[in-house]
Unconditional design. Structure first.
Length: 180
């Protein structure tokens, strides 16, 4: 179990995430949002309430006819920001110098520092065409950005391929590792 900045427990059982039992004040606020809030906000509050009751993400998604990612997004948002995170309020943006993010480093033509190692599919003919197009023929973005975007695309394709294989009960092929 991990602790959030609000002091609420983030609970993981394997890959299952859920909200720990709610304080009475939070529970009342959420139930009020379900009854009186706009449809979108009522659904978000319902997601959190069902999670606090112990339902798993797939069960909540099926019950509310929404995507599992949506359920996870609002559970994470609630754990990070509380009830206010479920409302459509403008969130304060962290103030960081422009050079501190990888995107700004790529815009400046610098290599992004570090990164994590993730699986990626091998280079394909269409991906090589995109790289040649972006790096040699129609240069509109910095080279570091084009290479990073290619690695990111190959990473997402590897995730989709792994999911496809697992859904059909097969072992996914080994992937090469790239740094993102």
């Amino acid at each position: 179990m991990a602790e959030t900045d609000r002091g609420q427990a983030v609970c993981y059982r394997g890959t299952m995430i859920y909200v720990s039992p709610l304080a009475s004040r939070e529970g009342r606020s959420l139930r009020r949002l379900v009854r009186q809030g706009a449809a979108r906000i009522a659904q978000r509050a319902q997601i959190v309430l069902l999670s606090a009751e112990g339902l798993a993400v797939p069960d909540i998604a099926e019950l509310l006819a929404c995507c599992r990612r949506t359920v996870r997004r609002w559970i994470h948002r609630f754990q990070a920001r509380g009830v206010r995170g479920l409302l459509d309020l403008p969130q304060p943006q962290p103030s960081a110098p422009p050079e501190a993010t990888n995107n700004s480093a790529m815009r400046c033509g610098q290599e992004p520092e570090g990164g994590r190692s993730v699986p990626a599919i091998p280079l394909t003919v269409p991906e090589v065409r995109r790289l040649l197009n972006g790096l040699l023929w129609h240069v509109t973005q910095p080279a570091a950005f084009v290479r990073h975007w290619s690695d990111f695309r190959r990473y997402k394709q590897a995730l989709a391929m792994r999911c496809h294989y697992r859904k059909r009960g097969a072992d996914p092929p080994p992937f090469e590792q790239v740094r993102l």
